[in-house]
Design a protein around this ligand. Sequence first.
Ligand SMILES: *Cc1c(COP(=O)(O)O)cnc(C)c1O
Length: 420
Amino acid sequence: TEKNIDKGIEKVPCLIETRANKKNSFKLRKVINGTGVVIHTNLGRSPIDEEIMKNVFEISSNYSNLEFDLESGKRGSRYSHLEKILSDITGAEAAMVVNNNAAAVMLVLSTLAKEKEVIVSRGELIEIGGSFRVPEVMEQSGAILVDVGTTNKTHIWDYEKAINEETGVFLKVHTSNYRILGFTSSVSIEELYELKNKYNIPLVEDLGSGVLIDLSKYGLEYEPTVQDSIKKGVDIVTFSGDKLLGGPQAGIIVGKREYIDEMKKNPLTRAIRVDKFTISALEATLKLYLDEEGMKKKVPTINMLTLSQEELENKANILKEKLKCNINDKNIGIGIVDDYSEVGGGSLPLEKLPTKCICISLKDLSVSKFEKSLRNFKTPIITRVYKDKIYIDMRTIKESDFDTIVEGVLETLNEVKGVL
Ligand SMILES: *Cc1c(COP(=O)(O)O)cnc(C)c1O
């Protein structure tokens, strides 16, 4: 009818505006993570607190002493800013930081085992995703892989049998993203420590997620800390800056000074060096680790992982009320349900964190269209669909985003109903 056509025409300016805005918007944008996966690699892993970003802003919008020694007035090293704090926290003699942990592993092997053999257990030849495969990284570094043992069982004599004049490194990889259960055994750091001393071969450990505090205090599964590895005598430990540490993307290398000094001289270091953004964000994050209580509040990743049931429930109630106040529609049901969040980032794969979700059920409307439309909202809202319902996990959502979520749900509802 004529009335319907008028109504259609009325919508045109609004549609043009939406499209124009979309075209002009940034390609890399903020999204709201309703998935409950805390270290979500596709959504940028660890978010950084605004306090920390103030430091990054100050450093990046001004000149800094990035490679300038204020004491002597001469050229300094960009690695010096993080070395002391990393040593203080981990107990290691020396430290350096590169672009990410994959680069860290490559640099370590290229420095200590180029054209030499690296002995690693078959049970630890893992793929992390996004094509980081331990054997392939080793190949790139120029090291020669010698895999020992079997998928489920490796013994200390497997390592010992493989030793010869060409052996450069024992490598232990923390299989953070999967577990083998049942008839299994792997070789402990303690056993490898004895072997490495007997043959004078450096022991390197790729810890992956690299946690600096004992998470079991907060009810999570125990994850080996960097401090543990150093204490047990591992020569070099590598780990990520943006997984369980909760900092910026970085690969952190800590351990014996003689080895780290060699790495600093490796030409590869220049190709994988960190910039001032990373150094300032990482320094500010690490400073928080000097006080564990403060850190738990201010490092978002750790904060989200240690939220109590009460805090999650409070958040869910606030958002539910806001949604109910603003949306009065028979097509949509809004409730709170119990569910589980995940740590993500290939860390603690078996850990299921009890959580609260806002659950949206729809009547006569398509759930997949609703999910897609939320995902295409001006601030994309990423949700989980389970059994024909939409779940928004409170663990990974900030209260400051609640109003945006209400707006997004409203707009989506109109869009899916065909009103917009
Ligand atoms: C995640 C991970 C890596 C890769 O680290 P990035 O910082 O993503 O480069 C390497 N090794 C292990 C064991 C990991 O878990």
